[in-house]
Design a binder for this molecule. Structure first.
Ligand code: SF4
Ligand code: SF4
Length: 76
């Protein structure tokens, strides 16, 4: 069974650099549109589908520790 994951983005820490997007092989994340920004004026990362497996690559890549990753518990 494919693991399900999700991310939570600390919106105010994200500067919209897009580095994390390059790590997501499942294309589960994108930047918000230019008119949806944090208080510093940067677009921020959002989940765009249910593809996330919780691999953590995006969080590891982020230089600003703006992403937390959660994985669904496996049930027996
Ligand atoms: S945890 Fe992995 S699958 Fe989920 S958004 Fe980040 S890079 Fe993509
Ligand atoms: S979450 Fe981190 S790596 Fe991704 S765009 Fe924001 S600052 Fe850049």
């Amino acid at each position: 069974m494919v693991k399900k994951g999700k991310i939570e983005v600390r919106i105010e820490h994200c500067k919209g650099c897009g580095l994390c997007l390059t790590t997501c092989k499942l294309n589960a994340i994108a930047l918000s549109t230019a008119d949806v920004t944090n208080s510093s004026g940067y677009p921020y990362v959002i989940m765009i589908n249910e593809n996330c497996t919780g691999c953590t690559m995006c969080a590891i890549m982020c230089p600003d520790q703006a992403i937390d990753v959660y994985r669904e518990q496996e049930h027996s």
